[in-house]
Design a protein around this ligand. Structure first.
Ligand SMILES: *[C@@H]1O[C@H](CO)[C@@H](O)[C@H](O)[C@H]1NC(C)=O
Ligand SMILES: *[C@@H]1O[C@H](CO)[C@@H](O)[C@H](O)[C@H]1NC(C)=O
Ligand SMILES: *[C@@H]1O[C@H](CO)[C@@H](O)[C@H](O)[C@H]1NC(C)=O
Ligand SMILES: *[C@@H]1O[C@H](CO)[C@@H](O)[C@H](O)[C@H]1NC(C)=O
Ligand SMILES: *[C@@H]1O[C@H](CO)[C@@H](O)[C@H](O)[C@H]1NC(C)=O
Length: 238
């Protein structure tokens, strides 16, 4: 199985959320409640070493605090969104409506919008904006998905449009997935440095739109991205 944890790999039973910029670490113990539905509550873990945040670009965006409760619900769109016991809902950018997001926010939830930033998904409405030269190998076990060239201006332009969509839907933050192509047989010679620069690009673009951003997996990059992102989620399958 590829190392990249996948959104539909819903066997995830542990998540580590690290909140950056405050030199505070939040370890999250995830309880698997439902095969389509994961939730987690932040509790204390050892603090990662962190330099003071470079807040020039992220000063005004939301950042989760210690004790924040999370619900990650990616497999299907929410139908009657209810905040429940969760401070944060992480839901699919494309599949959920602006009304759903508005409803959760009206219940004082924060909404994080998920999209794949490092793979193409051939069922997405903007799939045709990728050039065939942007695509690398298929993702092992995930038909219709290919690794993307993270340095391609075309790919980046597409992601800026996704961030525009997230902003227009009212997302408080974004959860760009599959940024760890370097750790997989990607067919594009992607490196860790490519991912670092890509996340810096995405973070700047998200912050410019008033949204927070987190790092999904790619734990090897955490120290390089402390100043860029507001949290980190690390999924592990058991
Ligand atoms: C998630 O699981 C919890 C606990 O089982 C349940 O109350 C909630 O309705 C579920 N949410 C969704 C969106 O399935
Ligand atoms: C986070 O919250 C927990 C539970 O309230 C608390 O025990 C812990 O000291 C806090 N950790 C930090 C780093 O603030
Ligand atoms: C902070 O970020 C800005 C914008 O990305 C950059 O120009 C500046 O050099 C950074 N400052 C430090 C101290 O890293
Ligand atoms: C959320 O509240 C705003 C402001 O009151 C309102 O305009 C909007 O319709 C509400 N959204 C939903 C989905 O109820
Ligand atoms: C990825 O895109 C960059 C920028 O356009 C280009 O220089 C590079 O050759 C591309 N990589 C591959 C493997 O096509």
């Amino acid at each position: 199985m590829q190392k990249s944890a996948r959104k539909r790999l819903l066997m995830a039973v542990s998540i580590l959320v690290v909140v950056f910029g405050l030199a505070v670490g939040l370890g999250v113990g995830l309880t698997q409640k439902h095969s389509h539905n994961s939730s987690a509550t932040a509790t204390a873990t050892p603090t990662p070493t962190s330099s003071p945040s470079n807040s020039t670009s992220s000063a005004k965006v939301w950042q989760p605090k210690n004790g924040t409760t999370w619900n990650i619900q990616l497999l299907k769109p929410l139908t009657s969104p209810s905040k429940g016991d969760f401070d944060v809902w992480d839901i699919d950018l494309f599949d959920n409506t602006q009304e759903t997001i508005s409803s959760l926010k009206n219940q004082s939830a924060k909404v994080i919008c998920y999209f794949s930033a490092g793979s193409s998904e051939d069922w997405r409405p903007d799939y045709s904006s990728f050039a065939s030269s942007d695509l690398g190998n298929g993702l092992d076990g995930w038909p219709g998905e290919n690794w993307l060239n993270l340095s391609s201006p075309n790919v980046r332009k597409t992601m800026e449009k996704r961030l525009d969509l997230a902003h227009s839907k009212g997302c408080d933050g974004v959860d760009p997935d599959n940024v760890d192509g370097y750790d997989n047989d990607n067919g594009l010679s992607l490196t860790q440095q490519d991912s670092i620069e890509y996340m810096q690009f995405l973070a700047t673009a998200a912050h410019q739109r008033g949204m927070a951003i987190g790092l999904k997996n790619a734990g090897a990059l955490i120290s390089s991205l402390l100043d860029a992102v507001q949290w980190s989620v690390n999924e592990q399958c058991v």
